[in-house]
Design a protein around this ligand. Structure first.
Ligand code: ATP
Ligand code: MG
Length: 407
């Protein structure tokens, strides 16, 4: 006996009425995308409030399939299913007994808990009303046969250790195990956001968290060659690739930020460098976001983590934005962020030691309580009016936009 299909459970709270179709279509699309990374062919269908995945070709490892599905937001549970043909109730009973024996009572399958269950409940559902027995009759009759064959088992209708779900459709589905999914909402159901993606630990986690709410992600990386290397850029591409397992394809904009950075370095007070740089990053990210129909910016900032993330610094950075800026890590400790990054698989890449444009030019003693009015005044030194070149360099930076489609 083999698992040849999966039944996908999803939370229905957010999908009343018209949104339901949208939600399910996005879920199906993201599932198909995730399964491209598996061997075999799959048919993904929605039917009466459920999504089914059936393997139509090849012999994929069900555990590997489940691993891929754990990356699809919107899924709350993944149930590996054994399919049998409808060849009468006696045959079904035999199939269910073999299924129990093989998957749940012999104790050597990875899906069964290591301790075999002591109690069970049969939960039949008839999607096809022409089946000769009704759900209640199936429960009773199958329950009896299971007790007869496995005298060690008892029925517990309130809190069984093993649910034996039987769904009668064209074919019959048998399943018991529910592997938890990631929850959230399918990507594509909540618009699109522009993630400021650096090579650090925080921003990939921020992107993951916003994507989990159904938001599609585009990203921008500010590159400062030759101060930051090709390998630093490759690291960001690699991080985007890991994120794309969850989000689907990511359009990564790489902006050459060197000249702007040098100009700020030359003309502004050193201790304000980071803040002014961050303001230019936000301005450019916002312009890109508008061009690409993103509805907000996303950063990995968290209050107090570094000098540029005090309440005053965040206010100074935010001062140049007209779009909402989503900072999902705002109240998290570093350790909590690291924990998520390990879980989603970005940590190992994030800690690779490549330089970051913010660390290269950073002052020894950056301001921790910048005043917006003072920062604005310092920035005026960059303008053409004051003999600077920032307008031209800004345009050039926008023109340097290199789009990498990461999947
Ligand atoms: P991270 O680990 O995400 O790099 P961090 O703790 O190093 O964060 P900062 O360097 O102050 O923090 O950056 C704060 C946020 O600004 C980042 O989370 C990211 O969203 C954005 N950011 C910083 N540098 C860059 C960059 N070179 N390109 C794109 N976004 C950046
Ligand atoms: Mg950083």
């Amino acid at each position: 006996m083999k698992y040849t299909a999966f039944l996908i459970k999803y939370a229905e709270i957010a999908i009343k009425g018209k949104n339901r179709g949208l939600f399910e279509d996005a879920l199906v699309r993201q599932i198909k995308y995730a399964l491209k990374r598996c061997e075999g062919e799959f048919a993904v269908t929605k039917a009466s409030g459920r999504v089914y995945i059936e393997c139509t070709e090849g012999d994929p490892d069900p555990y590997e399939v489940a691993e891929k599905l754990k990356c699809v937001f919107g899924i709350t549970g993944i149930c590996p299913v054994v399919h049998v043909e409808d060849e009468g109730f006696d045959r079904l009973s035999e199939d269910v007994l073999s299924y129990l024996e093989e998957f749940h009572l012999s104790g050597d399958r990875e899906t069964s808990s290591h301790k075999p269950p002591r109690t069970f409940k049969v939960n039949a559902r008839r999607a096809r009303k022409d089946y000769p027995l009704n759900s209640q009759e199936i429960n009773m009759e199958l329950g009896g046969r299971i007790l007869e064959r496995f005298p060690g088992l008892r029925v517990d209708v309130h809190d069984p250790e093993l649910w034996i779900n039987i769904e009668i459709r064209e074919r019959i589905y048998i399943y018991s195990t529910t592997i938890p999914g990631p929850g959230g909402m399918p990507v594509g159901t909540n618009g699109k956001g522009m993630l400021l993606l650096s090579g650090g630990i925080d921003s990939p986690v921020a992107g993951y968290m916003i994507a989990k709410r159904g938001v599609k992600i585009d990203a921008v990386y500010f590159h400062a060659p030759p101060y930051t290397s090709e390998r630093a850029k490759q690291k960001v591409v690699d991080l985007a690739r890991i994120l794309s397992k969850y989000t689907g394809p990511i359009y990564l904009h790489v902006i050459n930020f060197t000249d702007i950075q040098m100009e700020i370095y030359e003309k502004c007070p050193k201790d304000e460098l980071t803040i002014i740089m961050r303001r230019y990053m936000m301005r450019i990210a916002e312009e890109l976001a508008k061009e690409t129909e993103c509805l907000g910016l996303i950063t990995g900032e968290s209050i107090g983590q570094v000098a540029s993330q005090t309440m005053q610094s965040l206010a100074a950075t935010n001062d140049v934005c007209t779009m909402p800026v989503y900072r999902p890590l705002i109240g998290f400790d570093k350790q909590e962020i690291i924990h998520i990054s390990e879980r989603i698989g970005t940590y190992e890449t994030s800690i690779l030691p490549f330089e970051d444009c913010c660390t290269i030019f950073v002052a020894k003693h950056p301001v921790t309580k910048p005043k917006v009015s003072i920062i604005r005044r310092s920035e005026r030194r960059l303008t053409a009016e004051a003999g600077g070149r920032i307008e031209e360099l800004y345009r050039k930076a926008m023109e340097s936009d290199e789009v990498i489609i990461v999947r």
